[in-house]
Ligand binder design. Structure first.
Ligand SMILES: [Fe+2]
Length: 166
């Protein structure tokens, strides 16, 4: 199921909206790869998505702190999703491109359903607070420090949860 970003998915912040748009594109790509049984391309794309999710969660937490939004529930959800993601990645890669149609549908649906739920149920709670700030607001005023491209997965997990694994 292809997900499209619409204005209804806006949480009222430019950085977070643009990260959500990128995550939607990545997840759509992964769904196509799962359906086409492209195992090696899928492996790389799953790594990119895992990295993108961690960076996104770090950024959401920074923003929540800056606007005094209580973040404990979101953080629990992020940890749960990353654990599920790791389990799913392991299962998909272990099957090495030979997953069944029903497994492919299951994994594709998990990712797109999760992303829509993450935005609509969790992030949307921040919208009333975020709307009291400029749409382009970012803590410290520098959006350039939002990408963490040099960070390894272990260092991203360390920053998120204080441990090298979720
Ligand atoms: Fe988000």
């Amino acid at each position: 199921m292809e997900t499209a970003w619409t204005k209804q998915l806006s949480v009222g912040n430019a950085v977070i909206d643009s990260e959500h748009q990128n995550l939607i594109v990545m997840i759509d790509r992964i769904e196509s790869m799962i359906k086409a049984n492209e195992a090696s391309a899928l492996s790389q794309e799953l790594e990119r998505l895992e990295h993108g999710l961690c960076v996104h969660f770090i950024n959401e937490e920074r923003l929540a702190k800056a606007v005094n939004f209580p973040f404990d529930k979101n953080k629990q959800e992020h940890k749960f999703v990353l654990k599920e993601f790791q389990r799913m990645k392991g299962e998909l890669l272990a099957q090495n491109g030979k997953w069944t149609d029903s497994a492919a549908t299951h994994y594709s649906n998990f990712l797109s359903d999760w992303l829509t739920g993450h935005i609509m149920r969790e992030d949307m709670l921040m919208k009333p607070v975020l709307q009291t700030y400029d749409y382009k607001f970012w803590p410290g005023g520098n959006e350039g420090d939002t990408n963490y491209t040099a960070g390894s997965m272990a260092s991203l997990y360390l920053e998120l949860f204080g441990t090298p694994v979720p």
